[in-house]
Design a protein around this ligand. Structure first.
Ligand SMILES: Cc1ncc(COP(=O)(O)O)c(C=O)c1O
Length: 494
């Protein structure tokens, strides 16, 4: 929007004219007359309005830009910059400002403790491979590698990873999507999380604003926070992913350094962005000169076996760094992930060297063998139907046992369901009770920097389906989770 600003300067005043223009615009910004994203009048119009020369106005605008109060956009003009407020929030955990539990552990820590406790029914962890572990085939692959590679297998790997594994990953893209990826553009990392870290460090710095889906993977929010960056949520549709028009609006009004979106089977919504939207996304990134860190760690896990083409490979994807991982599909404990990028690969190599030197060579050689023999593809073929069946079992139990007004995502892949419970439910209180009852679940709070999913839960079906799972799904407080819980919940904000 362009605003007409009422300005007056006094030529008899001692203050430089351009300074007076600056003061007047600043006053309009401070009073809210000019708001973030508003376009300042053109140089010509402003010069006419206030009766000073065009160079004087230009000088004022340039100084305001230097002060970071406004920004210039090519062929468009000067716009008021965003300077904080409700829309950008530090992704500190959602309980900030609320009493911390007596044992002084944060909610995120409590969730991770639940996830890592083998005694609990694991409805809280997104670990799809657990549903049909590939342990035996991987052990066999590792044995073959050790027999062949002997001393080499205990050595250091090259910084960007073992060439054989980079080649196998490139071949896997070709095989599943028809896309030709240069192995030189692939860098091996310590899991998907390090891929996201290296990508983010490679393109953004402390204080930068990063656009994320809402809800989004909590590990992403922790990462953004630990790097001193800021997260801004972009409206996300449960059927199609990030709403591109909303993304554009965000990019127009905020100085967004990078976006971090999952294009396939996002966590926790499980949504896959349609190809037409991926193409629009690429266009928008280009237009606003913004980077996308494309989280694709679930790309291989659609129940129908169709692997969508990552946005990077749809043409014009030079600004995209795609992050993958074997954690969700083969072996989370191996901690092997990767980045794909041409433009940023040298930067990522330098960061990788300084942070972790390289990733474990034995795990890389084992995975290269696992892929090369076709065992990986066979394993995925066997894993997907198990996950699909588990998802159906979970959906049936939710509809049978949870409150009637519970709404749930309809997973088409991956390992998690996203549930909206009745409005009065506090998922954090439910989480604490569930832990007491021997069940781990993930409360919605941690999937947003602003605590807006307090009555949501993420439940995982990525584990062998047993009697215990059924019992856990029938746990009485799930079905009793109605508005009556309002009075028990100290933090009912939704
Ligand atoms: C969406 C998403 N991205 C990245 C990761 C990190 O993957 P990794 O375990 O390979 O570090 C996870 C793990 O839960 C995830 O859910």
């Amino acid at each position: 929007m362009t605003y007409t600003v009422m300005l007056q300067v006094s030529k008899s005043d001692d203050t430089f004219l351009y300074r007076q223009v600056i003061d007047l615009i600043s006053e309009n910004i401070d009073s809210g007359t000019l708001r973030p994203g508003d376009r300042l009048p053109s140089l010509r119009k402003m010069s006419r309005t206030v009766g000073v020369s065009i160079p004087t106005v230009r000088q004022a605008y340039v100084e305001l830009e230097r002060q970071r109060r406004v920004e210039s956009r090519p062929q468009s003009g000067f716009y008021v910059r965003y300077r904080g407020g409700n829309a950008i929030v530090r992704p500190t955990p959602s309980y900030a400002g609320n009493p911390i539990s007596l044992n002084c552990r944060t909610l995120m820590e409590r969730v991770y403790n639940g996830i890592n406790d083998p005694a609990l029914v694991p409805l809280g962890i997104a670990n799809p491979t657990m549903a049909k572990p590939a342990a035996k085939a991987l052990h066999r692959a590792m044995k073959r590698v050790m027999a062949r590679a002997e001393e080499r297998s205990i050595g250091y790997s090259a910084t960007l990873g073992e060439p054989a594994l980079r080649r196998q990953i490139a071949y896997h893209y070709l095989d599943t999507t028809g896309v030709q990826v240069d192995p030189e553009h692939i860098g091996i990392t310590n899991g998907g999380q390090e891929a996201l870290l290296l990508a983010l460090k490679g393109v953004a710095s402390e204080g930068d604003v990063i656009a994320v889906e809402t809800p989004t993977y909590h590990g992403l929010l922790e990462l953004i926070d630990s790097l001193g960056m800021l997260a801004i949520e972009v409206e996300t549709c449960p059927e199609e992913g990030v709403v591109i028009a909303e993304l554009e609006r965000t990019l127009q009004t905020h100085d967004v350094k990078a976006c971090m979106f999952s294009t396939t089977l996002s966590n926790p919504l499980g949504v896959t962005m349609p190809e037409k939207d991926r193409r629009r996304l690429v266009e928008v990134l280009e237009r606003y000169d913004t980077v996308l860190i494309e989280d694709d760690v679930y790309g291989d896990l659609r129940f129908d076996g169709v692997r969508p083409v990552p946005a990077q490979f749809l043409g014009g994807g030079a600004r995209i760094i795609t992050c993958g991982s074997f954690s969700k599909t083969a072996a989370p404990g191996y901690r092997i992930g990767w980045v794909v990028t041409d433009r940023y690969i040298d930067k990522i190599e330098q960061l990788k060297r300084s942070f972790s030197c390289s990733s474990g060579l034995l795990q890389q050689l084992t995975l290269a063998e696992f892929l090369a023999t076709g065992d990986y593809s066979r394993h995925l073929k066997a894993l997907r139907p198990v996950l699909k069946q588990n998802a159906e079992r979970m959906a049936a139990l939710v509809s049978e046992h949870f409150p009637a007004d519970t709404r749930t995502s309809k997973p088409v892949g991956g390992a998690v369901s996203w549930l909206e419970m009745p409005g009065g439910v506090n998922a954090e209180a439910l989480f604490d009770e569930a832990i007491e009852a021997g069940i781990s679940i993930t409360p919605g709070h941690i999937f947003s920097p602003c605590s807006c999913y307090t009555n949501f839960l993420r439940l995982s079906y990525g584990h062998p389906w047993t009697e215990r799972t059924e019992e856990a799904m029938r746990w009485r407080p799930f079905s009793a989770a109605t508005r009556a819980r309002v009075c028990r919940s100290p933090r009912n904000t939704h």
